[in-house]
Design a protein around this ligand. Structure first.
Ligand SMILES: [Zn+2]
Length: 325
C-alpha cells in the first residue's frame, strides 16, 4: 500500500516536471518564431526601404512597383529621394536611367517628369556628338541613327534598290522593304488624289561628309550642325529614309501645309512609315521640324509610334533597347 502511494507521488512529480518542460518549450517556441519572423522581416526590401528613410506606404509602393526585385538595391544605394515615387509612374520609365533622371531633375526643376523621362531616354541630357554609341545594324529596319548613334563609314545597307521613276526622281535608292512599302503607300495616296515624289533618299557616308564639310567650310561648324547631320549621323545613310514631296509642291517651307503632308500624317504608318522629325519635338529628336522626311520602321513599330504619339528616338529607347537589356 505504501509502495503504491509512493509510486503515485512520483508520477505526480514527473507529471509536474513534464508540464513545466512543455511550457518552457512552448514559450521558447513562440519567442523563437517571433525572433525568426523579425529576422526574416529585416531581410525584406520593405524593411530596408523604411530603414533608408521611406515611409511604410512608400516602401510598399516601391516594393509593389519593382515586384520585390533586386532593382530595389539600386534605390537603396542612393540617398532617399521621394521623386522616385513620381518617376516610376511615368509610362516610359527605364530603371537603368534612374540616376540620370534625378540628376536632370536637379538642374531642370521646371521640367515635367514626363519630359525628364523622355529627354534622358533619348540621351538629350548629353551634348550632341559627345556620347557616341554604335548603331546596331542588326536591328535592320529598326536601327537608329541620330546625333548619338553612329553608322560606320563603311556601312552600306545590303539590299538597296533604285526607286522606280514613276515614284521618285532619278537615282534614288532605299532598301527593298522600304521601297515595297513606299510603292504601296504611293498608290494609296494616288487614290486619295495625291501624287508623291521622292527627291532624296539613300546617301552614303562620303556624300554626307561632303555635304557637311562644304557647309562647315563656308559657314562654320555651328551653322553646319544646325542644318546638316555630321557624317555617320545621317538617317539617309541607313537606306530607310526618304524626303518625299507632292509633285506640285516641293518647297520645304510649305510642304507642312499641303494635303500630302496631312495625308501622310494620317496614313503613312499603315505602310510602316513614320514622321521622323515632327513639329515641336526638336528637344527630343535633335532636329527641327522636317515635314518631308519620312522613315521606314516596319508596320509594328509604326503603329505603336503613331498610336502613342512618340518620336522614333523614344520608341527605340523604350521598346527596343530597354527590352533587350
Ligand atoms: Zn531627309
Amino acid at each position: 500500500m505504501a509502495k503504491k502511494m509512493k509510486l503515485k507521488k512520483e508520477a505526480k512529480k514527473f507529471g509536474g516536471i513534464a508540464i513545466l518542460i512543455l511550457c518552457i518549450l512552448i514559450i521558447s517556441c513562440i519567442f523563437g518564431i517571433k525572433t525568426y519572423r523579425e529576422y526574416k522581416y529585416k531581410q525584406t526590401y520593405e524593411y530596408k526601404l523604411i530603414e533608408h528613410g521611406y515611409s511604410l506606404e512608400n516602401a510598399k509602393k516601391l516594393v509593389s512597383y519593382f515586384k520585390n526585385s533586386s532593382k530595389i538595391d539600386s534605390i537603396l544605394s542612393i540617398s532617399r529621394n521621394e521623386k522616385i515615387l513620381d518617376l516610376i509612374k511615368e509610362k516610359y520609365y527605364i530603371h537603368n536611367h534612374l540616376e540620370r533622371y534625378l540628376a536632370y531633375l536637379d538642374t531642370h526643376k521646371d521640367t515635367s517628369y514626363k519630359d525628364v523621362v523622355a529627354i534622358v531616354n533619348v540621351n538629350r541630357d548629353y551634348d550632341f556628338y559627345e556620347h557616341d554609341i554604335d548603331s546596331k545594324t542588326s536591328d535592320n529596319e529598326l536601327l537608329i541613327v541620330n546625333k548619338y548613334y553612329t553608322l560606320n563609314a563603311d556601312f552600306n545597307p545590303e539590299n538597296l534598290v533604285t526607286i522606280n521613276n514613276q515614284y521618285a526622281y532619278e537615282n534614288n535608292q532605299i532598301t527593298e522593304e522600304a521601297n515595297d512599302a513606299y510603292v504601296s503607300m504611293w498608290h494609296a495616296a494616288k487614290e486619295a488624289g495625291i501624287q508623291l515624289i521622292v527627291n532624296s533618299s539613300y546617301r552614303n557616308y562620303q556624300d554626307q561628309e561632303d555635304v557637311y564639310n562644304s557647309i562647315k567650310q563656308s559657314k562654320g561648324e555651328r551653322e553646319a550642325d544646325k542644318v546638316a547631320a555630321r557624317p555617320g549621323h545621317s538617317e539617309h545613310q541607313s537606306g530607310l529614309a526618304i524626303d518625299v514631296f507632292e509633285i506640285h509642291n516641293q518647297l520645304t517651307g510649305t510642304f507642312q501645309d499641303s494635303p500630302a503632308y496631312a495625308w501622310l500624317k494620317e496614313n503613312a504608318y499603315l505602310y510602316g512609315y513614320i514622321e521622323r522629325y515632327p513639329e515641336d519635338k526638336e528637344y527630343l529628336t535633335g532636329y527641327s521640324f522636317e515635314s518631308w522626311h519620312w522613315r521606314y520602321v516596319g508596320l509594328e513599330a509604326a503603329k505603336v509610334i503613331h498610336e502613342e504619339g512618340i518620336t522614333y528616338d523614344e520608341y527605340y529607347a523604350y521598346y527596343i533597347e530597354n527590352q533587350a537589356e
